[in-house]
Design a protein around this ligand. Structure first.
Ligand code: TXA
Ligand code: MG
Length: 308
């Protein structure tokens, strides 16, 4: 596994690898991504294979600025422009009508494409240097925890990539918010780094609702996901010796004190679960975070991590 500091020369090398159809692990502000040229179907297939990801789950395409939206989206509503102005670069992904030049492999055959501008200097530098839109799912094996540090990238994935660029710890720590802009009423498909309230404040009218899971055309809504190896249970309060995540002072080894603030909690979550996993616990208990809506993304990930 080749972890590199992202010097200008290394960024050039990474961009070259991407243009050649290879994969590179990149830092973003949310999680590390397994990146490739979004317009190269063969490269995209390698990404699906490396992750063991079902081919019906489309990838997010990363661009360097709003102007580049033209290279992947056929059209977008005015509201997309307002959202981009407020949240890009940042953890908001918009689903828009796709351009024909984006291969079916990238979008899993959908006529839409998910796009965002990541808020990380290394990711932006590689996208600009490569001069192509970059598809990047989280750099984890399908259903497992997403990496939020270079050293957390699964070695199997890292070995298939040309290199892992080290960009330090991810500031947000869980994935972007995905919003479907093609519905009559834009709706959040996946809660994430931008809260529903923040989106709502820009949209200014009620967001749409998701259909029940059985009717969803939106892929990637698997019950078990983002999961540690250990069995994870959400509890009201951790009992004395139980390993897991608590809001109180830890009383035993294997208990990790988590922040009270939802953004700080999110930034810590995946790595904390990984630490417990790596110290060999086969059960992890997580104290239920507050029900306030700003915790929506954290609740979503805990629910998926605890599903059987
Ligand atoms: O923060 C993030 O979004 C990270 C970093 C690397 O940018 N990426 C990420 O990618 O989380 P991934 O592949 O793990 O999740 C992509 C999500 C999936 O839930 C997928 O179903 C959804 O985006 N998605 C992608 N394209 C879509 C489309 N055309 N329509 C609906 N959902 C889409
Ligand atoms: Mg993922």
């Amino acid at each position: 596994m080749r972890i590199e500091q992202a010097t200008p020369d290394v960024v050039k090398e990474a961009a070259k690898a991407i243009k050649k159809g290879e994969m590179v692990v990149l830092p973003t502000e949310t999680v590390y991504g397994l990146a490739c040229n979004a317009l190269d179907a063969a490269a995209v297939n390698k990404v699906f294979e490396a992750k063991g990801r079902p081919s019906e789950n489309p990838l997010i395409v990363h661009i360097a600025d709003f102007q580049s939206l033209r290279s992947v989206a056929a059209s977008w509503p005015d509201l997309a422009e307002s959202l981009a102005e407020r949240f890009w670069p940042g953890p908001l992904t918009m689903v828009l009508k796709k351009k024909a030049s984006v291969p079916d492999e990238t979008t899993a055959g959908l006529d839409t494409v998910a796009v965002r501008v990541p808020d990380h200097p290394v990711a932006l530098a590689v996208i600009r240097e490569a001069g192509v839109p970059i598809a990047a799912p989280s750099a984890n094996v399908f259903t497992r925890l997403s990496p939020t540090r270079a050293e957390d990238v699964d070695p199997k994935i890292a070995d298939m990539a040309a290199m892992v660029l080290d960009g330090g710890r991810c500031r947000v720590g869980l994935e972007s918010t995905v919003i479907d802009m093609t519905a009559e009423h834009p709706r959040i498909l996946r809660p994430g780094g931008v809260t529903r309230a923040q989106v709502q404040a820009v949209v200014g009218r009620p967001l749409g609702h998701l259909p029940p899971p059985s009717l969803r055309k939106s892929p990637g809504t698997y019950a078990r996901h983002y999961a540690p190896h250990a069995v994870l249970t959400v509890v009201d309060k951790i009992e004395n010796g139980q390993p897991g995540l608590t809001f109180k002072e830890p009383k035993a080894e294997g208990q990790i004190k988590m922040p009270d603030d939802p953004a700080a909690y999110a930034a810590r979550l995946y790595h904390a679960l990984r630490e417990l996993d790596e110290s060999g616990h086969d059960r992890i208990f997580v104290e239920r975070p507050p029900s306030h809506p700003d915790w929506e993304a954290v609740h979503d990930r805990l629910k998926k991590a605890s599903a059987n």
